[in-house]
Every structure is written in structure tokens, then in C-alpha cells.
Design a protein around this ligand. Structure first.
Ligand code: E4P
Length: 217
């Protein structure tokens, strides 16, 4: 299972990279804006900076909503670094762009996926990753994990190579449950990833071990 961090914050990306468990980064225009990264020049420089920190895939989202614009932007982004994965929204023009990028060997991540039908057509179009937003579904009284299960079944039925990238992770148990269901990748905030480390019995046990060691020395 791959771990991606869902942020444009360079120090958090560095911290996850230093932990040694990071396989990639996902960004989106809102995450860029949150870090105060605006304007095409700055955004492009930021993608390059992220690629310097991590070894794996870095998703960079197109802003265009028409095929020609997505094609132009995606080709420009893909040229920045071989790690770049072009993030394309799940709309009709986006499906055409996914197919085009797949034909020319540019890696893609189909974003804003909220149904198994959308995941199916993204896989048919040759997306490398499909990003179901499980937290946003949960926020709308719909079980996001159920969607991951459905997509897993559909992809396994037909041996689709598209990887399920569970996105919009809100907490650590989302990650654990995605692992149980068989999502190929999760992308989440650093806090959710580091939450996997936590257990009070570990802290209590370590404290006792260290105290007992000191008693004997
Ligand atoms: C996925 O690539 C998106 O960046 C994402 O996970 C959005 O999640 P949010 O619902 O926390 O904004």
C-alpha cells in the first residue's frame, strides 16, 4: 500500500519524507492557495520544489475544464519532472484528456470521484490513479468506505490496472479501513499518517522499561 501526503506544505512533506514511509504527494488548487502559492510561475516552482523533496509521484492538477486546455496544461506539467502525475477532474472533457494522456504515456490521477460509475469510466479511459473522496462523502451522510469497496470489486472483476487512491482522508481510522478493504494508496494529512504510530500502551510500556533499566544501573 502506498502512502501519499495531501498537502502543499513543504515542511510537512519533508517531515513525512524523513519518516521514511512516503510514496508521493497530492496537491490541489485549494491546498496551494492555503500555503499562499498563487500565480502560474510560483505554482510551477512549487511543484519542482516538492519533486526535489520526495522520490515518488507528485499529483499536479490542471485548471482547464476543456480538452484542449487540459491537454496543453497536462503536457506542460508532465515536462516539469518525470514524477509529475497530471490530476484531471472527473468531467466529460476530463475523460477525453485521461484517454489522450494514457495514449501518449503521461501519468494521470482522476480527481473528484464520488461514485463507482465514475471510477469505472476513469479506468476505461486509462487513468493511472482514481481518487474517490471518502471524507467528503462521509460529510454528506454517505459511507465513503463503501465506495472504496465497490470500486475494489469492479477493478478486481476486470483486472483494471488503475490504482485506487483513497483521498479526502479525515483521520487515522480511514487509513486503517482503506488498508483492510484493499485501497492501493491513501492520501491524507500528516496528522492522520502519524496517528498510525499512536497507542497509549506503547507509551506506558516504554516508560516502564526505561524506569526499570535505570533501577538496575
Ligand atoms: C485529493 O487528491 C484531494 O487533494 C483531497 O484529498 C481533498 O480532500 P479534502 O476533502 O480534505 O479537501
Amino acid at each position: 500500500m502506498k502512502f501519499f501526503i495531501d498537502t502543499a506544505n513543504l515542511s510537512q512533506i519533508r517531515e513525512a519524507q524523513d519518516l521514511g514511509v512516503l510514496d508521493g504527494v497530492t496537491t490541489n488548487p485549494s491546498l496551494m492557495a492555503k500555503e499562499g502559492i498563487t500565480g502560474n510561475g510560483n505554482i510551477i516552482k512549487h511543484y519542482k520544489d516538492i519533486c526535489e523533496i520526495v522520490n515518488g509521484d507528485v499529483s499536479a492538477e490542471v485548471i482547464s475544464v476543456d480538452f484542449e486546455g487540459m491537454k496543453r496544461e497536462g503536457e506542460m506539467l508532465a515536462k516539469l519532472n518525470p514524477q509529475i502525475v497530471v490530476k484531471v477532474p472527473m468531467i466529460e472533457e476530463g475523460v477525453k484528456a485521461l484517454k489522450y494522456f494514457s495514449d501518449v504515456g503521461i501519468k494521470t490521477n482522476c480527481t473528484l470521484v464520488f461514485s463507482s460509475g465514475q471510477a469505472l469510466i476513469a479506468a476505461k479511459a486509462g487513468a493511472n490513479y482514481v481518487s474517490p473522496f471518502i471524507g467528503r462523502l462521509d460529510d454528506n451522510s454517505t459511507d465513503g468506505l463503501e465506495l472504496i469497496k465497490e470500486i475494489r470489486q469492479i477493478y478486481d472483476n476486470f483486472a483494471f490496472k488503475t490504482e485506487i487512491l483513497a483521498a479526502s482522508i479525515r483521520h487515522t481510522m480511514h487509513i486503517v479501513n482503506c488498508a483492510k478493504i484493499g485501497a492501493d494508496v491513501i492520501t491524507g494529512p500528516l496528522s492522520s499518517i502519524k496517528g498510525l504510530l499512536n497507542h497509549p500502551l506503547t507509551d506506558i510500556g516504554l516508560k516502564k522499561f526505561l524506569e526499570d533499566y535505570k533501577k538496575g544501573n
